[in-house]
Every structure is written in C-alpha cells, then in structure tokens.
Design a protein around this ligand. Structure first.
Ligand code: MG
Length: 386
C-alpha cells in the first residue's frame, strides 16, 4: 500500500452566533484527502480528515512541515507488518524534528492528518473505524450507540429567552434529551433566566449543561458557580482559562456542581497536568479532549491511559467538537458520549445523513472508515477537492 497523493484545502464553516469569547464569523478548518494505490470497486481508496471545529485552518503548518515529511519518507516506513498504512508510523515521521511542548496549532495539524490516516486505514481493512478500534483496544466490544447532547444556545445578538426556548424545543423534536447553552456574554441575572428557560423546556436541570468558554476570572466563576448551584445541572463547562488549573481546583473545592473542561488542552502532557493539578473529581467531572485538535489518536490513547492511572473511567470523557471521528472513538473505545452540533458549524456539524437521534443516543454507520462521505453536504466539498 502506498500514498499516491495528498491534497489539503481550507473549508469555510458557517455558523451564526457567538459564545462568551468568540464570534465565529469567517471560521475555517483544514480538510485533507490522502489517496492510496489500493483500489476497491474500481476506485482508489481515499482517507479524509479535518481539523475539528473552532480553531481555524492549519494549511501552512501542513504544507510546510508535516506533509513534506510524510511524502519524503520511503513508502515502506509508513506501513505495518500487514503491509497497510500505519497511522502510528506516519505520526512519528510527520513529527520528526519537532520539540516537546508548545502544542498549539501544531496539534490541530496532526489531528487533521491523523483523522485522514485512520479513515484510510479503516477503509483498507474494510471496517468502520469504531469497529477497528474496538477490535484493537477493547477485545471487539463496541458500544451499539453513543449518548449525544445538542450543543447550542449561542448568543445571536437579537436572541431572547423565548428564542432560546424555541431552539431547545427544536433539539428535543430531533430526538435529543439533553442540551448545552452558552453563558457569560450576558449579565448573570440574564443568564440565569436563560438557564431557567432551558430547564423548563428540557423538563429537568440534569439535562442541561452550561459553557462559559473560559471567560471568567476566579471571582466571577465562583459567583456564577454559586448561582448555578441552586439547580442540579449536568455540568458547568470551562468557567475560567483552560490553563488556569488553580482556578479549576478552587471551584472543585468550593462547588459540588460537576465541572467540565479539556477541549482547549491539546496534548496528553497537558491532560496529565489537568489530572494532576486541577482538582478535577473522577466521581462527577467531565473531560472534553478533542482528538481532532490534539494530535489525533496516537496521543489520545496516551491520554486515555493516563485516566486509568489517575483513577478515572473513560466514561468521564465526552469529546468536544461534535464530529464523526470522536463519535467513532466514543463507540469503539467506550467513552461517555459525544458533543453534537445540530444545525451549526455546517457542513461539519452533525453526523451521517441517515443517522437519527433516538432518546438522546445515536447509532453508528457500518460503512468502512470514519464516515465523512455519509454526510452529503460535506461529501460534496470533499469530492470537489479531488
Ligand atoms: Mg465548550
């Protein structure tokens, strides 16, 4: 098996609205296709990947460093003993001459490349990725369905408590039973009204999570935390800066409310620091590392190993990003669930076209690979790339 060609492009992501920190106007991500010399049904097998959602494209990094290393490597060094493309070998070659630490956007570039490599590998074996992962890492045991929640509740400028309630009602009509809304861009009293409206529609506070996107200082995070503690919310996400582990630890000591973070930690080394120093509680807190933003599966597996060392279950992991790569990881590796973006961050938000949300859970397709082709709007763009 050989890599014949790699193409990368910027994909514009359309999403209305803002969170407490970021307005998504003009957002892009990198999309990548790796064409192999293996042929199935008269067509070459191609692996596709993208750099998750929320962090802009990384085309420069891919073109200048990671793709040239891969294409310059002797073909046999990219294969395993089965003679198939080995994503781990490719990862190490792509990362040659990179210093430890300073993860940043480099981790997104590797996440993009790694998704395409696993898509290619799973297609070469004729397996959906979730099944390949279950066979490699869980003695073949995969979860039949994955719990998902609708992440929305963005600030849209002209939004009202009523429009938020309508939005949540729309998610429930789609089959979701849990949702997440943004907080922190409005005064606390307004946000509390939003929270109460969302709880009203969902019918239960433990079906609602809230997300401050890292905006608060310690005093504000505590004030919000105390106000939110009157409800039994599902979780309180990224109250403060993602790297402020002391803030996180003080909140964990002060509040009984479950806390969630990790989507802006881009390496197993950062995840280890979080587990060591941020006072996170394995009995209730939620970890949201996103493999698409954090070096892909080779480093994600290291993070999952660290969880065991630190007394956590993989079920505490609910990856950020609402994409099919994480959905495959959730089913194949036994994670707790996955984020979902119905209607936002198109064409990437949401899963394969035929997949319905039923009682807050989704099943996975049986087609080989990650499944990006099964989302027609995304597939149109990917096909045009080649
Ligand atoms: Mg978040």
């Amino acid at each position: 098996m050989k890599i014949k060609r790699i193409v990368e492009k910027d994909l514009p992501i359309s999403s209305p609205g803002a969170n407490a920190v970021v307005d998504f106007a003009g957002l892009t991500t990198s999309v990548l296709a790796i064409e192999s010399d293996l042929v199935r049904n008269g067509r070459p097998i191609v692996g596709y990947g993208f750099g998750s959602i929320g962090r802009w494209s990384v085309g420069g990094l891919l073109r200048e460093r990671f793709l040239p290393r891969l294409t310059a490597a002797p073909a046999e060094t990219l294969l395993d003993e089965q003679g198939l493309i080995d994503p781990f070998a490719c990862w190490h070659i792509a990362m040659a001459n990179e210093k430890p630490g300073g993860h940043g956007e480099r981790a997104v570039a590797l996440g993009t490349l790694d998704m395409a490599l696993w898509d290619l590998r799973a297609k070469a074996e004729g397996l959906p990725l979730w099944q390949l992962l279950a066979e490699r890492y869980r003695h073949g045991e995969a979860d039949e369905s994955v719990a998902v929640y609708a992440a929305g509740g963005y600030y849209r400028g002209d939004d009202t408590v009523k429009s938020l309630a309508d939005e949540i009602r729309g998610y429930m009509d789609l089959g979701y039973t849990a949702a997440k809304i943004k907080i922190g861009a409005a005064p606390l009293a307004t946000d509390i009204k939003r929270v109460e409206a969302a709880i009203d529609v969902l019918g239960s506070a433990d079906a609602l999570a809230v997300d401050a996107n890292g905006r608060f200082d310690l005093d504000t995070a505590l004030a919000y935390g105390r106000a939110l503690s009157q409800y039994d919310l599902r979780w309180y996400e990224e109250p403060g800066d993602p790297l402020d582990f002391r803030l996180q630890a003080v909140l964990a000591e002060t509040l009984s409310l479950p806390l969630a973070t990790g989507e802006n930690l881009f390496s197993s080394a950062d995840a280890r620091n979080l587990l060591r120093y941020a006072g996170m509680r394995p009995d209730r807190d939620v970890l949201q590392f996103d493999c698409g933003l954090s070096y892909g599966l080779p480093d994600y597996l290291k993070t999952l190993d660290l969880l065991t060392t630190h007394g956590w279950s993989a079920r505490a992991v609910h990856p950020h990003g609402g994409h099919q790569m994480s959905l495959n990881l959730a089913a194949g590796l036994g994670l707790g669930g996955n984020e979902s973006y119905p209607g936002v961050f198109q064409p990437l938000g949401g899963f394969a076209d035929g997949i319905r949300v039923e009682s807050g859970r989704v099943r996975l397709p049986d087609a080989p690979g990650v499944g990006l082709e099964l989302k027609s709007e995304l597939w149109r763009f990917l096909r045009e790339m080649l």
